[in-house]
Design a protein around this ligand. Structure first.
Ligand code: GLU
Length: 325
């Protein structure tokens, strides 16, 4: 496949509906290869055929296509918000004393790797790590965390989806086991039920592909909102969060996704993917049909298509290097 040359407007990419529609049409035939999540019963009500995308660029372009307005639960993409807030409030030392920064190579809810000889979770993007992050966030509480999420995603309509929360809470034996195991190792120190409640509530926030694109744009711009010029997150925090997303954001599919798409991203079992194009744009995708790893199957295909055709891969610069001296 020959990559197209990308158009530039004032130094940045031009994105239009046609490009987004082509990406979705390329991805749509893959929907049937996946399945909607059902281990949280309420999630199985999603329409597997939904597919939407939203792009916000640093120079103010806003482009949407398909089911970009559909509300769905953020699920694991909340791990990005949780980590950013914990880094801002508690500092990197406190966070990384309790959680490592290594890809686990295991499923999102794996207990395997926190075995007897591993005392701390592998990274903040898998459940064990994110539950530990929520231990640090406990003093803030869910109301404050919703307020912060609304601000980071530029979306005042983000609310807690009570049905999804109750459904997950009633089926959270696995996460309970993880949390109590972490408590037994002294990693989770607060009240385990409260920590887990906060973790699960954060997974149950209602977002759209556009809310994800806004958050991705903020990260792409180093924590400063390009419209207002206001700093919302510290530069170091953004750099850390985005790096962890690149290495760990797509669960045990992170390596392949980095090769194929090459964008720091985070997926959730609700069907969302948030992708950061550093210095250029934020992308939000929604497609609830998931692969066996829990990543949106068509969402990944749409991102791969866009990355290839618009030359968004963060290491495309290596491919461009034909200099001699
Ligand atoms: N709430 C889900 C869980 O903890 C999030 C998983 C995900 O999105 O990957 O199982």
């Amino acid at each position: 496949m020959q990559a197209h040359h990308f158009d530039k407007r004032g130094g940045s990419l031009i994105i239009n509906e046609e490009k987004l529609s082509r990406a979705l049409e390329h991805a749509r035939p893959h929907i049937g290869e996946g399945r909607v999540a059902s281990y949280i019963p309420e999630l199985s009500k999603a329409d597997a055929n939904d597919l939407g995308i939203c792009v916000h660029t640093i120079d103010g372009q806003r482009c949407r296509f398909g089911d970009w307005e559909r509300r769905f639960t953020i699920q694991s993409i909340s791990k990005v918000i949780n980590l950013a807030v914990a880094l801002e409030h508690s500092g990197a030392d406190a966070v990384f004393k309790r959680i490592r920064m290594e890809p686990s190579g295991a499923a999102f809810n794996s207990m395997q790797r926190i075995s007897d000889n591993e005392d701390v979770p592998f990274n903040p993007m898998v459940n064990a790590g994110a539950i530990t992050v929520c231990d640090l966030l406990l003093p803030l509480g869910i109301e404050k965390m919703i307020e912060i999420s609304q601000k980071l995603c530029m979306d005042e309509d983000i609310t807690l989806n009570e049905e999804v929360f109750e459904s997950e809470w009633a089926n959270s034996a696995r996460n309970h086991s993880l949390a109590y195991l972490l408590q037994s190792k002294g990693v989770v120190r607060g009240n385990v039920e409260e920590v887990l409640r906060l973790y699960t509530q954060m997974c149950s926030l209602n977002v759209t592909a556009e809310s994800l694109a806004s958050l991705a744009l903020l990260l792409a711009n180093g924590g400063v909102h390009p419209e207002t010029g206001r700093r919302i997150l510290e530069e170091d925090v953004v750099k850390t969060v985005v790096t962890v997303m690149l290495t760990c954001g797509m669960y045990d599919g992170s390596g392949e996704f980095a090769v194929r798409v090459g964008l720091p991203s985070k997926s959730g079992v609700g069907g969302g993917i948030l992708s950061v194009v550093p210095g250029e744009m934020g992308i939000g995708v929604y497609g609830p049909s998931l692969d066996e790893k829990g990543n949106s199957i068509a969402g990944q295909k749409a991102l791969e298509f866009l990355s290839h055709h618009e030359r968004l891969h963060i290491l495309d610069r290596c491919a461009d290097g034909r200099k001699t001296f």
